[in-house]
Design a protein around this ligand. Structure first.
Ligand SMILES: NC(=O)c1ccc[n+]([C@@H]2O[C@H](COP(=O)([O-])OP(=O)(O)OC[C@H]3O[C@@H](n4cnc5c(N)ncnc54)[C@H](O)[C@@H]3O)[C@@H](O)[C@H]2O)c1
Length: 444
């Protein structure tokens, strides 16, 4: 069985490598020539645990190929997966430009019947549009089916999620094509749900919007905890033990980011506008998240008054641990606000420094570890719960900083240990620790 994959980003590359691992012959195509060169040499351009080893093994065993010629990818393919980006347009809608370009080059290259499988997250109705687009380009004697197969992997555990997916969603109006794609997934041994195309497209958006809702909901409860004196950790634990609620996605924090939740919630909102439907909860989820991302900055402003000339360290930039992805990361927004205040900023992230430096260049100091980042700092902002940060020795903050003031957006430390270590510690949905002495010394 021959598989082609268009797009070798987080989703396409993981998909291609995992299909090869299952014994299929896979050819991956990307318009980014540098990526293709690196991948052909076994070098993984993204940070994804376990991916590079699997990539190298499948290259060596001759099941995995990379090409910068779309025709090469399509030539023998029985199935062509599309996993190109669908980023956000300025108005919040999904930008389908990459998808359309991929479809156009597939259309030009197809010289036999084909099953096109869309993995990219696309608004309801897109699969149908793609089928019509293809039918208009390909020779009339060819038959093409378009199957929706949205992806649910999480960056940082992409391989694990692919082999242990909760479900594989396959949406097809051509049932034979749908069954064939389901068969392709049989070796993974995961539950498959087959639906019509439009339902499959909506399952993806509904799932992401629901998870985003859970996050915004617990963040609202955390803010309420700060007003009422309750502790969000206890509240979330008490809620999560109810099986109807479940404990996942109940970690209060500085808001969701990344390449999916922000753009997918906005694209869904755009879709509801198109259908003239007022999805009230969704609008609030988006609004709550954008306010939440500013929480720590406001707390710091309240404490310091002005941050001009203050030495601040930002620990963790990636939108979550175990990835180098900084798209829509709350830390990026914080850094932008801090730069606006003319703060003097050092940053540390175990994987994302390169991407941060592409974005901010010489405006920041890039530290190689947490020690170097926090040295001489007036305040530290914790934005990603990397183990290097959660397991950091709290005693080092007072030792290395000018004053140990910590704003923790991920509730990495216990309140008691923060207090014992002598930190002035602000977190999310919990009482602030050792604040009075700091206020006195700042006033002096
Ligand atoms: N990243 C995630 O965790 C995740 C999870 C589930 C679903 N998704 C969805 O999957 C899709 C891909 O996301 P991603 O994070 O892998 O994107 P990405 O930006 O990491 O990668 C997209 C890749 O597509 C390539 N590309 C663009 N146009 C192309 C074309 N015409 N032909 C071939 N390649 C082309 C780009 O060069 C890039 O390498 C998106 O729709 C996203 O919403 C992402």
């Amino acid at each position: 069985m021959e598989i082609a994959v268009f797009g070798t980003g987080y989703v396409g590359l993981v998909t291609g490598v995992c299909f090869a691992e299952m014994g299929y012959n896979v050819t991956c195509f990307d318009i980014d020539g540098d990526k293709i060169t690196a991948l052909s040499e076994g070098n993984c351009p993204i940070y994804e645990p376990g991916l590079e080893e699997m990539l190298k093994r499948n290259l060596a065993e001759g099941r995995l190929y990379f090409t910068n010629e779309s025709t090469n990818a399509c030539r023998k393919a029985d199935y062509i997966f599309i996993a190109v980006g669908t980023p956000e347009n300025e108005d919040g809608s999904a930008n389908l430009g990459y998808l359309d370009a991929a479809v156009a080059s597939i259309g030009k290259s197809l010289d036999r019947d084909g099953v096109i499988v869309i993995k990219s997250t696309v608004p309801v109705g897109t699969n149908e549009r793609v089928r019509k687009q293809l039918e208009a380009i390909i020779p009339s004697e060819l038959r093409v089916s378009v199957v929706s197969n949205p992806e649910f992997l999480r960056e940082g555990s992409g391989i694990l999620d692919t082999f242990h997916a909760d479900r594989i969603v396959i949406g097809a109006d051509d049932h034979e094509a749908g069954r064939a794609v389901a068969k392709l997934y049989e070796p993974f041994g995961r539950p498959v749900i087959q639906t019509d195309v439009r339902s499959a497209e909506l399952i993806k958006y509904a799932s992401n919007a629901f998870l985003a809702t859970k996050i915004s909901f617990i963040n609202e409860i955390a803010n309420l905890c700060e007003h009422t004196g309750a502790n969000i950790e206890d509240v979330a634990k008490g809620m999560g033990m109810d099986h109807r609620i479940g404990s996942q996605f109940l970690n209060a924090g500085i808001g969701y980011g990344g390449s999916c939740f922000p753009k997918d919630t906005k694209a869904l909102e755009k879709l509801t506008e198109y259908y003239d439907y007022d999805f009230k909860i969704l609008r609030s989820v988006i609004e709550v998240n954008s306010r939440q991302k500013q929480q720590l900055f406001h707390k710091a402003k309240e404490l310091f008054g002005s941050l001009q000339g203050k030495r601040v360290a930002v620990l963790g930039i990636a939108f979550k641990p175990h990835t180098d992805d900084i798209r829509e990361a709350p830390a990026v927004e914080l850094i932008t606000s801090l730069l606006g205040e003319q703060a003097d900023i050092s940053v540390y992230d175990p994987a994302a420094s390169g991407k941060v430096s592409d974005l901010f260049g010489s405006k920041l100091y890039y530290a190689e570890n947490a020690d170097t980042a926090i040295k001489g700092a007036d305040a530290v902002f914790i934005m990603t719960e990397w183990p290097q940060i959660t397991e950091y020795d709290l005693g080092r903050y007072p030792l290395l900083m000018r004053q140990p003031i910590i704003f923790d957006g991920r509730n990495c430390y216990g309140l008691e240990e923060a207090e014992t270590a002598g930190l002035t510690y602000f977190s999310i949905g919990r009482k602030a620790v050792n604040v009075h002495d700091t206020l006195k010394s700042l006033k002096r």
